[in-house]
Design a protein around this ligand. Structure first.
Ligand SMILES: NC(=O)c1ccc[n+]([C@@H]2O[C@H](COP(=O)([O-])OP(=O)(O)OC[C@H]3O[C@@H](n4cnc5c(N)ncnc54)[C@H](OP(=O)(O)O)[C@@H]3O)[C@@H](O)[C@H]2O)c1
Length: 353
């Protein structure tokens, strides 16, 4: 990529898209292109084609998607499969029609079978049944990577795919119900800390910070906000004395800071032209208990950590084999503890605004 090439980041307002934007800017790329959902709905085929026709980007990162944690994936199954298929079909096909030099599609580690051998290698794709709770999302992501492979094989388009592990960092979703485990833990411990010191003003500021509005609290007045949040916290097992975490704490998971993910996909755009997708991760995991203890200590909550084994644990282990990407010369740089610290600082600044 040349520094003046036109680079379109689909989903540039999201956690991953905004990190790719930051990374490219930091590397001196000056011709970046983004459109919010309000400006361009990527599920609309004619609008997407008109956009590509008018803008003619040289490079495309596909970081636009309908994304969520286990609850959202399981409940909004139709929206997850429809919107993700529509977005990726429209962007990938328009990139083909308008001669894009290279495209990188972002998938996710949930493409692998529920009982894939650990660590999961690229070859384990389509060797067994998927996890039921996020099957529609995973099917869409598998279709996306197969589309890139097929356009490469049939038309010679340089379209590649990256499959990141669990990501976290700036611009994450901290909703108590619809978010992923790590941001949900950060917010739970933070709110429990405020409850412990009876800091009602702090709770109100947290609720007023737009990205943290939850289903219970959006579009209501401040006092109702607080009431709604307190009810939601009580239902989630969060109090000034203790934070409840679902399951036994035994399952092991891998986490990559989103800025490391951005460095990996920019690296792939510049160094990888292969047909197969590549895993993106750290290659290291820890138990949910260890993670919860780390977040508790970073946030500084002095109450108890309780596990509720009545909730399911899910897959015992999900670890990526990242030897292929590392073999090309990429390495993650941000340790998990440092990444959680940076994310918590960012979260506190947003809540204080
Ligand atoms: N988060 C993770 O842990 C994780 C892990 C592995 C892989 N990934 C992959 O990384 C990619 C990005 O995830 P993320 O965490 O950054 O998600 P995110 O924060 O929810 O961002 C999604 C982005 O897509 C945009 N978008 C959604 N629907 C759209 C539509 N119909 N038209 C136009 N734009 C639309 C959103 O725009 P608005 O902000 O305007 O709604 C937002 O910019 C996804 O493909 C995901 O599978 C994420």
């Amino acid at each position: 990529m040349n520094k003046t090439d036109k680079i379109y980041i689909a989903g540039h307002t999201g956690m991953v898209g905004s990190a790719i934007w930051r990374r490219l800017e930091a590397e001196g790329f000056v011709n970046l292109l983004g459109r919010s959902l309000n400006e361009l709905d990527l599920t609309r085929q004619a609008d997407v084609e008109a956009f590509f026709h008018a803008e003619r980007p040289d490079y495309v990162f596909v970081a636009a998607a309908r994304v969520g944690g286990i609850y959202a994936n399981n409940v909004y199954r139709a929206e997850f499969i429809y919107q993700n298929l529509a977005i990726q079909n429209n962007v990938i096909h328009s990139a083909h029609l308008h001669g894009v030099k290279k495209l990188l599609f972002l998938g996710s580690s949930c493409i692998y079978p529920k009982h894939a051998p650990q660590p999961m290698q690229e070859e384990h794709l389509l060797t067994g049944e998927l996890e039921q709770t996020n099957e529609p999302y995973a099917i869409a992501k598998i279709a996306g990577l197969k589309m890139c492979e097929s356009y490469k094989r049939q038309y010679g388009d340089n379209f590649i795919s990256a499959m990141p592990t669990n990501l976290y960092g700036y611009n994450d979703n901290f909703d108590l119900k619809n978010s992923h485990v790590l941001p949900a833990l950060i917010r739970k411990f933070h709110l429990a800390k405020l409850l412990r010191s009876n800091n009602i003003q702090g709770l109100e500021r947290d609720i007023a910070a737009k990205p943290f509005n939850t289903e219970n609290t959006k579009n209501t007045k401040n006092t109702e906000h607080t009431k709604g949040l307190l009810e939601e916290l009580a239902a989630s097992g969060v109090s000034g004395d203790a934070v409840e975490v679902w399951g036994t704490g035994a399952p092991k998971r891998e986490f990559l800071n989103v800025d490391d993910c951005a460095s990996a996909v920019v690296f792939m755009m510049e160094n990888y032209d292969g047909e197969g997708h590549l895993n993106v991760g750290t290659g290291e995991d820890l138990s949910i208990r260890e993670l919860a203890e780390m977040v508790k200590s970073v946030v500084g909550f002095e109450g108890e950590l309780r596990f509720n084994p009545e909730y399911p644990d899910g897959t015992p282990r999900k670890l990526m084999d990242v030897s292929r990407l590392k073999g090309l010369g990429w390495e993650p740089r941000i340790s998990l503890e440092e990444g959680i610290r940076q994310t918590y600082d960012w979260y506190c600044k947003r809540a204080a605004q």
